[in-house]
Design a protein around this ligand. Structure first.
Ligand code: FAD
Length: 404
């Protein structure tokens, strides 16, 4: 399939595909039974990505990246998603990728020096600490309970978070807290940079979860009790946290769509190989119309995802917020990739469940995608609100009359 990608984007994605096929997939296959890979293995993959000009392409050259713009790097994300090791290898892995983007957008020069540069290098890791347990902010951000109060030239943070990805390993946490109780509930929050070593930070636990795959993903519950950080640890503008979160989440949702599209595409590649080799009832399974239609549907929907994501990305690159396009892409991509991976798993029979093939890991990993970065229902709320806003009351009656 051809898409409206620039020559730079196409060349970058082709290089990424070769790297995945020649280096990353063989490394993944060498992991017995989907065991987590070691830090040394990730470091080796990163060294190879650097040699092939594929390391942190989305980041400014000044901070160790390659200066590609967001739109041109998108097709690479799909290639990276073909293995759970692809994104960490090319340093386009969540949540660091979204956090690096946030530092680039709103960090001060000092913050970029202290955190962005070592993040890009892979010397440190980060967590994005926004979601809260029951009683606090989840899908509805105006419920956010964590507070930060000014005391002299320090901020004092109190709150309880969970699902902070890689929070228990992170060197720096980006914590969202309410800084203005008088503001509109959807405003008045700010981001703070908190080192987990600061007094009052308690990593309660890593939450056991579906999808602990070879990438060894962890999600922490964290308490912040009278955590004091200096004034300069405010990230971005005071009280503008929600605005900044949207700046981060729009592009990050699209990069997630592309990574999971890569995962679903690889699952289908494996399934097509299995169906072509496996025979039953007098012919290869790949000849059975019922199975062929399932694959055809999955391919069609993945093509639609790639097209929708590019459309949303073009709008963001042109300076638009593209909120509806991002919400539609994210919801459609999450459901499409989940269904495609399920189709691939079913096509491989018992081997789809087994860990000799990567599909079982993908099947677990993809389930969270309908929840993270805004659950389906929350995006549908936004899409529906927009759909109903377009209705002009004056035109309702003629639309409903069939008797003329
Ligand atoms: C693997 C994983 C990684 C994550 N990483 C991070 C991270 O790094 N940082 C971070 O801050 N958070 C993270 N999260 C949290 C994630 O952002 C939230 O789980 C997500 O935003 C949904 O919030 P919630 O879990 O509080 O669901 P809830 O708000 O409790 O919602 C529960 C269900 O109700 C539905 N619902 C809510 N409102 C409505 C409505 N009005 N109408 C209909 N249905 C509705 C939701 O869609 C959902 O299905 C992660 C979660 C997971 C699973």
């Amino acid at each position: 399939m051809e898409y409206n990608d620039s020559q730079e984007a196409t060349e970058l994605a082709e290089r990424a595909r070769a790297f995945m096929d020649e280096v990353v997939l063989p490394t993944e296959r060498a992991q017995p039974g989907g065991e987590p890979v070691s830090e040394e293995t990730i470091a080796d993959l990163r060294a190879e990505a650097r040699d092939r000009d594929l390391y942190a392409p989305q980041i400014a050259e000044e901070y160790g990246g390659m200066d590609y713009d967001f739109r041109d790097v998108l097709p690479l994300f799909e290639q990276a998603g073909r293995s759970v090791l692809g994104a960490p290898a090319m340093r386009v892995d969540a949540p660091d990728e979204g956090n690096m983007h946030t530092f680039e957008l709103i960090g001060t020069d000092e913050q970029k020096e202290e955190y962005l540069r070592p993040l890009v290098a892979g010397d440190i890791s980060s967590g994005f600490s926004m979601t809260e347990p029951l009683g606090g902010g989840g899908s509805d951000p105006k419920m956010l309970r964590t507070t930060a109060e000014k005391d002299g030239d320090e901020w004092v943070i109190n709150g309880h978070k969970w699902w902070t990805t890689q929070g228990s390993d992170a060197d720096i946490l980006l914590v969202m807290a309410r800084t203005n109780q008088d503001a509109h509930p959807y405003a008045g929050c700010s981001f703070f940079l908190v080192s987990p070593d600061t007094e009052g930070v308690e990593i309660v636990r890593d939450i056991p979860h579906v999808g602990q795959s070879v990438a060894a993903e962890s999600h922490a519950e964290i308490k912040y009790e009278n955590v004091r950080v200096p004034e300069e640890n405010l990230l971005g503008e005071r009280d503008e946290g929600f605005q900044h979160a949207q700046q981060r989440l729009g592009p990050a949702r699209l990069t997630h769509c592309m990574r999971f599209t890569g995962m679903a595409t690889r699952a289908l590649e494996v399934a097509k190989a299995y169906l072509s080799e496996r025979e039953g009832f007098g012919s290869p399974l790949a000849d059975k119309q019922a199975l062929r239609y399932e694959i055809a549907d999955a391919e069609t929907r993945l093509h639609a995802v790639r097209t929708m994501v590019r459309d949303a990305a073009d709008k963001i690159a042109a300076g638009e917020e593209a909120r509806i396009e991002v919400a539609m892409s994210k919801t459609f991509a999450a459901n499409t990739t989940q269904n495609a991976i399920d189709t691939a798993l079913q096509s491989c029979g018992g081997n789809g469940i087994g860990k000799d093939l990567p599909i079982a890991d993908f099947y677990q990993a993809v389930r969270a995608f309908r929840i993270v970065d805004g659950a389906d229902e929350v995006h549908k709320r936004v899409i529906a609100r927009n759909a109903f806003e377009d209705i002009d009351e004056a035109e309702l009656e003629p639309l409903l009359r069939y008797d003329e």
